[in-house]
Ligand binder design. Sequence first.
Ligand SMILES: [Zn+2]
Ligand SMILES: [Zn+2]
Length: 101
Amino acid sequence: MSRRNENTGFRCLNCDARVVALTNGGYRNHCPFCLRSRHVDIRPGDRAADCGGLMDPVGWRHKTGKDWQIEFECRDCGTRSVNRVARGMTQPDDLLLLTHL
Ligand SMILES: [Zn+2]
Ligand SMILES: [Zn+2]
């Protein structure tokens, strides 16, 4: 994998869905269908983590004036990170899944 492929989409490790890149200029690191992410970033988009583990959604929050955020926890090393919810575009996140967390 080249470091240049950061916003060109990916295949989900968990459900094997083909995930397309965001069309609004944002950065997506999680699957919209099962909401699993991959532990490849220290900061969103930097690809600086060596872990590569699957990250499960463990919670979500909504801050006034900001969009929803999903919190993820890595299965391999337990690192937690948050990512903005993707919606109003191609392949929006399945927000119903969040209500089951
Ligand atoms: Zn998936
Ligand atoms: Zn990890």
